[in-house]
Design a protein around this ligand. Structure first.
Ligand code: NDP
Length: 331
């Protein structure tokens, strides 16, 4: 049987380019005892993958040159030499950018009857959803009538943060790139208001959108947007520091001008990595799954067809071309 894989070909300096990836066709070796073969049906594309392309120390291992790009997939067991798995079972795995993957079962999550579309288990009812849930509820600790600002507000994580904060009775302010995303944020995701950071009036609009200041800033982007929001923080505000996507391809780090406001406002800033909190995942996934099934949590996906188009889709994600969760349909 043939497999197709996308390998890391170069370590990008600054922006990622298609030449940093290499599509190869390989033979699938027979399974050994204890192994399963999974046909990947959807591949999740996530901002963290940019960090794994670098040769630098981080919380997780880098991808080596010539290795399959790291990534979560949703798929189906097609062959099993492991008594815990049966062919036909739907699973999520970390098998990466390839059509088929072998596993000894470690880290493979069974989806049971998979009541929702498979791709949703890579987004709202998967890692990004749990990220939103953990950062907002465990770190932000929202109270009714507080103002919650969310950057990358329409993305995989941000779209869930905004909806969960609304359910807690908060005033929700999204920050997103462009009028279309802002319309979606308010019209579909239920944000009270959305501020377009690409607009010349961004700062004025942010001030108008936060008349009572900001109690929680769910941070996904960093850079000048963080600097702007810092000026709106209330005393004892909380910042769940989830991501800094504006910096992932930057060759020079952005220097914050308003850092001192964290001190004068006695702000809690807590960085977190969602995979380090496995004890919270079952509760979060159960609530998110129920919310989606009941139509109380909405989601949108940008679905790219074909493994060969994953590099361009990934570059698009880093440039904000996705709306909602970016996935690649592999079969
Ligand atoms: P998204 O689906 O939100 O996609 C990324 C979005 O980031 C783009 O659509 C774009 O939205 C925005 N963006 C890109 N570049 C910039 C920029 N220069 N300035 C402002 N916004 C930009 O991705 P996710 O929801 O998967 O991830 C969101 C954040 O959460 C990322 O920073 C990611 O690293 C982080 N994360 C952290 C985890 C953790 O455990 N700490 C786990 C998962 C994600 P727009 O067009 O609106 O600008």
């Amino acid at each position: 049987m043939k497999n197709k894989q996308i390998l890391l070909a170069n370590r990008p300096k600054g922006w990622v380019s298609p030449e940093d990836f290499n599509l190869v066709e390989t033979e699938l070796a027979p399974l050994s005892d204890g192994e399963i073969l999974v046909k990947n049906l959807y591949l999740s594309l996530d901002p963290y993958m940019r960090g794994r392309m670098n040769d630098s120390k981080s919380y997780a291992a880098k991808v080596e040159l010539g290795e399959v790009m790291v990534g979560a997939t949703a798929g189906e067991v097609v062959e099993s030499k492991n008594p815990k798995f049966q062919p036909g079972e739907k699973v999520t795995t970390m098998l990466g950018w390839q059509l088929y993957g072998k596993s000894n079962g470690a880290g493979v999550q069974k989806l049971g009857n998979a009541a929702l579309p498979l791709s949703v288990y890579l987004g709202t009812v998967g890692m990004p959803g749990v990220t939103a849930w953990y950062g907002l509820l465990e770190i932000g600790k929202p109270k009714a009538d507080e103002t919650v600002v969310v950057s990358a507000a329409t993305g995989a994580v941000g779209s869930v943060v905004g909806q969960l904060a609304k359910m807690k009775g908060c005033r929700t302010v999204g920050i997103a790139g462009g009028a279309t995303k802002c319309q979606y944020a308010v019209g579909e995701l239920g944000y009270d208001v959305c501020v377009d950071y690409q607009s010349a009036t961004f700062y004025k609009d942010l001030v108008a959108a936060t008349p009572a200041g900001v109690d929680i800033y769910f941070e996904n982007v960093g850079g000048s947007i963080l600097d702007a929001v810092l000026t709106r923080l209330n005393a004892f505000a909380r910042i769940p520091l989830c991501g800094l996507i504006s910096q992932y391809n930057a060759t020079e780090a952005y220097g914050l001008k308003n850092f001192g406001l964290l001190l004068t406002n006695r702000v809690l800033v807590q960085g977190f990595i969602v995979s380090e909190h496995p004890e919270k995942w079952p509760e979060a996934l159960s609530q998110l799954g129920q919310g989606v099934a009941e139509g109380k949590i909405k989601y949108h996906e940008t679905i790219t067809e074909g493994l060969e188009n994953a590099p361009l889709a990934f570059i698009g994600l880093l440039k904000g071309q996705n709306l909602g969760k970016q996935v690649v349909k592999l079969a």
